[in-house]
Design a protein around this ligand. Structure first.
Ligand code: DLL
Length: 433
């Protein structure tokens, strides 16, 4: 089902016209209401009156995460605090937190894009959704909550954690939709087995998984162990939280709701646009937000984008799964390595549980070493040394063939790597960089 048929299937020309109109209004709005943007735009010299079409966007200034920190907490808002409805804070940041202020209109917008996302994933009015993303300053819980409410999906506002209770209430309420981080979904599958319940028999048919990077290989694992269709949802608190982009049931890229979040893909070194289909940093302009609209926000997330029509009928362009972050990349011996590459390589090897951790150490003589801890199941763990050694070598080869850097692999017993109820911590970088 397409939630907002008229908007989601409009022609590309209509979409461009709408984006142009909205960009003109946005440039004028921030110039008038945000002293920070007024100063930037003045310095930049391309004034709002000169914005004619969406293609003029490249003449406007970028916004960086550090800007949000520098103007902490409310300096980038375009509304007075009395007109803000809700605050959210980005997870896992160091130093000043990154705050976003949502006006009442922004919350309505959030409900709209989140409803579009639930529908794109396969949700229908009348379904039940189990929301197992955290509620609170983190946007995961409330974002999907507003969307479900808007589209008429009954909500189990579980929040994250309480794994056993999640399973018990799933068995009793029989929700069709599960929304949580991909790592937490696997944790729930494990816990269900422990409770004597086969997770493949769960009532969940549709998964809305995001907030952390996950590979196609992990999708396969999740779909197998939970017996559902696993779709990817993307978002970030600065823009709106979950609901910036979402895969439709075809699972061929995430539709980015570009009538409201205009995407550009740039080369992070040169800041120039990359050709369609090539990897680059995703930059988003919030075309209609009013509380804290952002011009050309540098997400640091690496994706590619296609405008090719999708057979689902939606015309919103599609971004690839998030391939990494410009700042999550581990540079080891001059080679760029993304945690998702290691996950992909690991899951090529049969009999491996998708629980792993990457540890980076700098040895006394300055050489960087990547160690990958990989969990294996009870059966493999009790194997003969020789079999274990063969498995370890297989994993090592698979990773090295993918990332082209030597690694140490350590097999660890079942349940030794900490489970996550929210975003999984995959990398521990012990180097003092
Ligand atoms: O993680 C919002 C969210 C909640 C998205 C629930 C999806 C579901 P932040 O805490 O601000 O917001 O973190 C944003 O998380 O820049 C990405 O690096 C990463 N991220 C979010 N979704 C995905 C995804 C929420 N589907 C940061 N795949 C973003 C990979 C993701 N990374």
């Amino acid at each position: 089902m397409i939630y907002n048929e008229k908007t989601e299937t409009q022609s590309l020309q209509d979409l461009k016209n709408l984006q142009s109109e909205r960009l003109r209004a946005l440039a004028g709005y921030v110039y008038k209401n945000s002293p920070v943007y007024k100063k930037r735009i003045d310095e930049n010299g391309f004034l709002p009156d000169s914005v004619k079409s969406i293609y003029d966007i490249t003449k406007l200034p970028f916004t960086e995460k550090d800007d949000l920190r520098d103007f902490y907490p409310f300096g980038l808002f375009s509304k007075e605090v009395k007109d803000i409805a809700e605050f959210h804070v980005s997870s896992g940041t160091t130093g000043n937190p990154v705050v976003s202020g949502y006006s009442k209109e922004d919350i309505d917008l959030w409900a709209e894009v989140s409803a579009r996302s639930i529908a794109a994933a396969g949700g229908l009015p009348g379904d039940i959704i189990q929301i197992a993303y955290g509620y609170g300053l983190f946007t995961g819980g409330l974002g999907l909550h507003y969307g479900a409410l808007k589209m008429g999906v009954a909500i189990m506002p579980m929040s994250s954690g309480q794994t056993k209770r999640q399973i018990k209430l799933m068995q009793d309420f029989k929700p069709r939709i599960l929304a949580c981080t991909p790592s937490f979904s696997l944790y729930m599958a494990e816990e269900a087995k422990e409770m004597g319940f086969d997770p493949r028999q769960s009532s969940w048919e549709v998964g809305i998984f995001g907030a952390e990077p996950w590979t196609e290989a992990l999708r396969g694992e999740i779909e197998n162990s939970l017996g559902l269709t696993a779709t990817d949802i993307y978002g970030l608190s600065e823009i709106i939280g979950p609901g910036v982009a979402q895969e439709c049931y075809l699972k061929k890229g995430l539709h980015i709701w570009s009538d409201v979040f205009y995407p550009e893909i740039i080369d992070p070194e040169t800041n120039m646009p990359v050709p369609e289909g090539e990897n680059g940093e995703l930059v988003i302009t919030t075309l209609t937000r009013t509380g804290m609209p952002l011009l050309r926000y540098r997400t640091r997330d690496i994706v590619s984008l296609t405008n090719e029509p999708c057979s689902c009928g939606r015309t919103a362009p599609r971004i690839s799964k998030i391939k990494g972050r410009t700042d999550d990349m581990i540079v080891v011996r001059g080679i760029n390595v993304f945690p998702t590459q290691i996950e992909y390589a690991l899951l090529q090897v049969e009999g491996i549980l998708p629980n792993y951790q990457i540890i980076v150490n700098r040895e006394a003589h300055g050489l960087d070493i990547i160690e990958v801890l990989v969990e294996i199941d009870e059966k493999a763990f009790s194997d003969q040394m020789k079999a274990l050694e063969a498995l370890r070598n297989k994993i090592k080869k698979s990773i090295e063939n993918t990332i082209l850097v030597g690694v140490n692999v350590k097999l660890v017993g079942p349940k030794t790597i900490a489970r996550s109820e929210g975003k999984a911590k995959r990398v521990i970088d012990n180097r003092k960089l």
